[in-house]
Ligand binder design. Structure first.
Ligand code: MN
Length: 195
């Protein structure tokens, strides 16, 4: 059985960037729904019991046709959100330091240029999806609940959920305001650790 990962912070600790209500609904309702639906599908796949969610979405070819889309969407939703909660922190924001800061400067010219490019891709992604920073510092956009794992790539070191469900409570239709708020809580310590 898959379960929601524990948050490292209280529901009210990302205020004013993410309200308590927005975090509660996103984590406790949307993410929980992916977990519940994934567990529901897994009941029909006893031969895959015990496999990690990373394994399932990295090996969709092993999933019977009838269940593949469900595993891709619900497994992806569980995996992506589990990363997302680690990628933000009440102590986040600012700029990265150490080797990661140096590598970003080298690849993008400056942190600001990197931030501009990441923001541009997050704003321009059509419909629902995610934008990720990879360990090689490339920026990858994924539709729906896909992730770089679907394409056999490495797990991201940082990333943003740009589904409307991630921001409508606080920011209505305004994805740009949400993205700007999200930058204030990016967990660079976690990104540096994984990098
Ligand atoms: Mn979401």
């Amino acid at each position: 059985m898959f379960t929601l990962p524990k948050l490292d912070y209280g529901y009210d600790l990302l205020v004013p960037y993410f309200s308590k209500e927005m975090l509660e609904v996103h984590y406790g309702k949307h993410h929980q729904a992916y977990v519940d639906k994934l567990n529901g599908v897994m009941e029909s796949l006893p031969e895959l019991q015990g496999k990690s969610v990373e394994y399932l979405i990295s090996n969709l070819g092993e999933i019977p046709d009838k269940y593949r889309t469900a595993i891709r969407n619900f497994g992806g939703g569980h995996y992506n959100h589990s990363l997302f909660w680690k990628f933000i922190s009440p102590n986040g924001g600012g700029v990265p330091s150490g080797k990661l800061a140096h590598a970003i400067d080298k690849k993008y010219g400056s942190f600001q240029l990197f931030k501009d490019e990441f923001t541009k891709q997050s704003l321009s992604l059509f419909g629902s999806g995610w934008v990720w920073l990879q360990p090689d510092l490339s920026i990858i956009a994924s539709n729906n609940q896909d992730s770089p794992l679907n394409d056999g790539l490495a797990s991201p070191i940082m990333g943003i959920d740009v589904w409307e469900h991630a921001y409508y409570l606080d920011y209505k239709y305004n994805r740009a305001l949400y993205i700007e708020a999200w930058w204030q809580i990016v967990n660079w310590d976690e990104a540096e650790k994984v990098f």
